[in-house]
Ligand binder design. Structure first.
Ligand SMILES: Nc1ncnc2c1ncn2[C@@H]1O[C@H](COP(=O)(O)OP(=O)(O)OP(=O)(O)O)[C@@H](O)[C@H]1O
Ligand SMILES: [Mg+2]
Length: 324
């Protein structure tokens, strides 16, 4: 077919020799089957910012670093230039993630080129060489579902060990290639250490896989791999091959609020003493922790008639004169 305008620059530069056909048009991108260096590949063309929404983006973007401070300021202000930068950063996030994950041993499509904002990558194919189906399009036996789940869980662990959370992992973003499942679609990848939403996103990713594959192996539905994985990650003990049980009990101890308040008071006292020693003004009035007595439970209103409403209605009916 004739190259669409979005791929024309790549055809002109000789990056792609032929555009075979469009493969899929998703929320974020149009995907084409192309020929690159004599091989069938995939070209992912990101949709224009105007066709997409910036909604929820902040959730994923927190913790992503932009080295150029002028660009960072423009992005924070959301000026036109800033939005263009955000757009470029969004596309780059997928390419960066794919390279990083490939190096961490995660099975992702092999990236070949990134030109004019178009990602050219390996075609994930089924055993017949056709573009692979998505996980959602396939049915499994209980055993197969368990194997696929275990494989994908290991991939998620490897990603977390590489410091990344997919953020949109589901049965729609896994392709069932001839050699096994392949995770795709990374623009919303989140920084595990720098993004406060990372835990929530990871739990959602694992839950999505559990729910889908749990249809074929219901035993999966009782597992808690997400919280277990995150707990090990936070403790710094998660390795790509750490065995997981799927069982997890959250912390049972209650936070000791009064000792925390005591610590804050000590810090405040220390700051005051240090400022006084330097001959500086004290830092405003000290914050007094409010120790409120627990409010008493409100007394229930006394019921003038202790019998149930049903009984009361029955009694009233009985009292009515027969003439009525
Ligand atoms: N490397 C690949 N090999 C084969 N097919 C691919 C490849 N990458 C993408 N696809 C196909 O294109 C579809 C859309 O790709 P992708 O998920 O990356 O884009 P998207 O715009 O985020 O799509 P969606 O909104 O559906 O999630 C995939 O579901 C898959 O069918
Ligand atoms: Mg997708």
């Amino acid at each position: 077919m004739r190259a669409p305008p979005s791929l024309a620059p790549l055809a002109d530069q000789g990056v792609i020799e032929e555009v075979i056909c469009p493969l899929m048009s998703g929320k974020e991108a149009d995907v084409f089957l192309v020929v690159h260096r004599g091989e069938r590949c995939v070209a992912k063309v990101y949709k224009d910012a105007t066709q997409r929404s910036f909604k929820h983006r902040a959730e994923y973007e927190e913790g992503r670093r932009v080295r150029d401070s002028r660009r960072q300021r423009a992005m924070t202000r959301r000026s036109r230039y800033g939005r263009e930068m955000m757009e470029a950063a969004w596309r780059n996030a997928e390419v960066d993630a794919i390279y990083r994950l490939r190096d961490a041993g995660v099975r992702v499509p092999e990236p070949y080129d990134f030109v004019e904002g178009v990602l050219v990558m390996e075609l994930i194919a089924d055993a017949e060489g056709r573009p692979a189906p998505r996980l959602v399009d396939v049915t499994f036996t209980r055993r197969e579902a368990r194997d696929v789940f275990n494989f994908l869980l290991r991939e998620v662990v490897k990603m977390l060990c590489a410091g990344l959370v997919h953020g949109d992992l589901s049965d729609f973003n896994v392709l069932m290639g001839a050699d096994g499942p392949v995770i795709i679609d990374f623009p919303q990848v989140a920084d595990a250490a720098g993004n406060r939403n990372a835990r929530k996103l990871l739990l959602r990713d694992v839950k999505n896989l559990t729910r889908f594959l749990g249809r074929f192996d219901p035993a999966l539905l009782n597992t808690r791999y997400g919280p277990e994985m995150w707990d090990l990650y936070e403790r710094g003990t998660l390795e790509p091959d750490t065995p997981l049980t799927g069982r997890f009990k959250g912390p049972t101890h209650k936070a000791n609020v009064s000792s925390l308040l005591q610590e804050l008071e000590d810090i405040e006292r220390e700051v005051r003493a240090r400022r006084a020693a330097l001959g500086l003004e004290p830092p405003g009035p000290a914050r007094r922790p409010v120790r409120r007595a627990p409010e008493p439970e409100p007394e229930p209103e006394p019921d003038p008639d202790p019998t149930s409403p049903k009984k009361r209605r029955r009694r009233r009916r009985r009292r009515k004169p027969a003439s009525e």
